[in-house]
Each structure stands twice: as structure tokens, then as C-alpha cells.
Design a protein around this ligand. Sequence first.
Ligand SMILES: [Zn+2]
Length: 426
Amino acid sequence: MRYEDVPKLSAWKTEAYAIHKTPAIPLVAKIDDLLQKIEQSFAPMTKRNLLADLDRACKEWKPPHPRSPAMDALAEVVKRRLAYDMGGRKYNSVVCIAYSVETGAFDGMGRVAYQGRFDDAQDMRARVARMRAAIACARALLPATTMQDSSVLKLFMAPEFFFRGRYGAYTPDIAAEIMPLLRSGDGGTNGAVFKDWMFVLGTAIVASLDAATACFACKSISNIAFKKDPLQPGKTKPECTVSPAHPVGEYIFGATIDNVAFIQKGGETYLVAKEYISGIDFRDVGSGGFVWMKDQGGHQAFGVLPTQGAQGSAIASKFTDERMGGGVFNFDGITLGMEICLDHDTDKMLHAENLQIQLIPSAGMTINTHRTITDGIAFNVDGVRGDSSVEINDSVKTRGTVSHSLAVPGHPGKVEIYNPILIPYV
Ligand SMILES: [Zn+2]
């Protein structure tokens, strides 16, 4: 038998009835679960993550498990789909390339110190120029044999907070320009010369204003009820439940902060958002977390709301499974997991399986818990230390060694190139 495409769970259960026993074989239950999630997933990266896990599950099906024509057919279609979706296995080894630069300096009061430009758009462009200079430096520093060896993945990473304006965060329109500016033109990351490079282009802090109907007298959004509007039949109007006399209206009560990592491999880009918002992500005015944002010419401090779906948010994440749109992603048959700074401390990849590379762009973090498969690679670039580290997940956690290091000409920071490390495959 042969599947044209990955089967739906119901079809699979019918055709693989012989191995659907009671009590269930754990591996079959796992495969069923993956097939169901693939059926429910929409995002291409999610499907790809799940397919990679399904491929590994199919490979585990060997004696003492009985032979099954349905299982053989499933393994075959998954392999075919993976080759189609990811270009199969392309890389034998990885060279980690760090752009080690300070992004998280603190002032005398323990607040993040900003050295950026006053104009956010100008600031963003200046940082794009820095990143491009670091990429050019890495390319020049990389030995020609490594550069030309298409079985070696070149993995370039910049630290957390690389893109962050003087006032703590960029508005979404400014953040949206970062990737196009990095990718375009001569020396841009879209260039054919970078076909075997994967870029983790630091993280950007992005703030979006949140407005809600509030009572200005109670200074609350919870006392609002919508009543029929006597002046406009069929419409409602907001009213304070404590007193209808209270003034109510739209109130900007905060900004949603996203700390987003930009990932690019060839023509594809992927974004990973930090889940745990820590106090140092924004300029702290007084005690709580605040962010300075441009508001009609001035700068105003708004309270910080947790990102939707993030830990601590009122809106619970739809998925707790990181493969379903989160820190896990697949390029060219390699499964990577990203933990942005505090996400590493809170063990975001605890339940991730089959990671080959663990990425930790940070500002004040070191590698602690390895979550890759055996001999997987953990790569950390830290903006507080202005430094990087690489560790292999073997019994002694062998540290990667830097083969080449160079200060970026005319810009802060240095580029560090590590010796190649074999990528483990299941
Ligand atoms: Zn009120």
C-alpha cells in the first residue's frame, strides 16, 4: 500500500487496525497523536515540526514490534513529504558564528541603559547597518573551504535586545522594516552567497498600544457595562456600573510588548517570541515595568501588559506544545529550539523532543539545561557579557572552541567563529 499524502487519523486507524491493540502500544498512541495534530495544524512550520517528529517515531518502529504494511506506507509518505517540505537532510555539521556585542548595559540605578538614537527609525537603520557590518565581517573571517562546503551549515546569531530603541521599544511599523532592510541589496542576507547560512538576527522589542473602554473616575475597565443607547436605536453605549454619571471612554491603558527573534534561512523567515517578559526588557520608570513610547510627539510611560498567549497573560495560550507555533522550528531537516534569555531559565524546551540545536540569544544568561538529543549543540550569544558560548550535549558538556575572532571594523562588538561540530541525527 502507498499513501499519496499523510493520512488522516481516521483512515490511518482503519488501515493500521492490526497494531491498534488494547492496551495501546505507546508508540502507536504517539503516532496517532501526531497525525491528529498534523490534521489540526495550519502553519507550514507547525506541520514541518510535526512531520519531523513523525518521521522519528516511524523509525522507532522496529522489532520486537510486528511488521505492518500501514506503518511502512506511513514511514514512506512521511519521508517523501519531508524531502519535499524541507529539502531532506542537507547538513552534516554546523559552524556557530556569534555576533558578540553588548546590548544589555545597565545604568547606576540598575535600569537598562540606552545608547540608541533619539529617532527610532534612525536608530533602527543604524542597528541594521551594524548587523550588516557584522555579517560582512563573519563572511570575510570564515575560511574559504568552510564557506564553500555546502554540507556545513553556517549558523550566525546576534544577542537578545539587538533591536531596541532609545525609549525601550519600537512601534510595529518600524520593527516591520528590519528584515527587509537586512535581506536586501548587495551583502544582504538574501544573497546567493548565504544559501548555506541560517541567521538569528537578534531580537527586537516591539510595543503595540492597547486601548480599552474605561471609567475615568474609577480608573478601571472592569466596571463597564454596555447599555442600550436611547439616542441611537440598536446601538449600545458604555456606562460605569458604579455610577452612570462617571465619565467613560477609550483609554490607553498599556502597551503589549513583544520580544521577537528574527530567523532567516534562504528565502524563509520565522519569528519566535519570548514568553517570559522580565523586568529588564523595558526601561523601568519607578518600580513596575514600563516602556517609553512615542505618543503624538511626546514620550509617555505605559504599563506593560503580558503578550497574548505568553506566561502571565490573561489570555491563555491555545497550545502548550511548542511545536504548534512556538520556539521549535525546522529547516533543512534540522530541528531547532529557541529560548530567548529567561525562557531558558524557565526551561521552555522541557517538553520538546528531538531537538538537534538549542539556541539561546540572551542578555544575562548562560547555558544551563541542555534540551537537545545526545551530542546536540547549545549555542548562546549574550548581550550583557558581550560574549558567546557553545556546548555539546555529551556526558561532559564539551565546550566549543573559537577558531577565529575579530572586532567588527568601525562598529561595536566582535565576530566569533567556532570550529565545526557534527550535527546528530536520530
Ligand atoms: Zn466609575
